[in-house]
Design a protein around this ligand. Structure first.
Ligand SMILES: [Mg+2]
Length: 187
């Protein structure tokens, strides 16, 4: 199976880092779970200013990883073709690529050796059998193509999405992939 994997909110705990920086700068006590829709600005005192973190190249240098991502991607990488698919802003691409090389060394991860890294906002154009993503729009757009399976990485801001497979962590994702590989079908 060719598996497309989003980065922010899936491989990296981007929201956790955003909330940490925001709380420091604005002296607030926001939790990741408080962000209940994609429009983060609605849940912070600084409004639209919150998005400026995403346009700071330093933000992408050392983002924390989601639990279990290294061990599970390590195992999936041996059985499936993994492709990173991310709408990373241009300003963050260099630091992001460097961090990916650091956390997924090329001698351990086939998808890094093969440079399966695609920076695009149009994930529906990518030739994959499955997309694991946290952004509602990406899930719906990919589903609409009929190319494959859209799987939601669970966050409070995407809980309104029904009728999609949803996983709460990387171990659940591995279980989903393994059980469907055994059955030999995605239906
Ligand atoms: Mg994302």
């Amino acid at each position: 199976m060719r598996i497309g994997i989003d980065l922010d909110g899936v491989v990296f705990d981007t929201i956790g880092e955003l909330v940490r920086l925001y709380n420091l700068e604005y002296d607030d006590n926001l939790q990741r779970e408080d962000i209940k829709s994609w429009e983060t600005a609605r849940f912070v005192k600084c409004g639209e200013e919150i998005y400026r973190y995403f346009y700071d190249e330093a933000f992408y240098a050392n983002l924390p990883l989601m639990d279990g991502v290294l061990e599970v991607m390590g195992r999936l990488d041996k059985k499936h073709e993994l492709v990173l698919v991310s709408d990373t802003p241009a300003v963050g691409m260099v630091n992001r690529s460097r961090q990916l090389e650091k956390v997924f060394p090329v001698d351990q991860f086939r998808f890094m050796r093969e440079k399966n890294i695609i920076y695009t906002a149009r994930k529906d154009l990518v030739d994959i059998d499955l997309l694991l993503d946290d952004k509602p729009e990406n899930i719906e757009d990919f589903h609409r193509t009929g190319k494959g399976w859209a799987v939601v990485f669970d966050w409070p801001y995407n809980r309104h999405l029904r009728n999609y497979r949803r996983i709460k962590n990387w171990w659940e994702f591995e279980e989903l992939i393994e059980s469907h590989s055994r059955i030999g079908a995605l239906a």
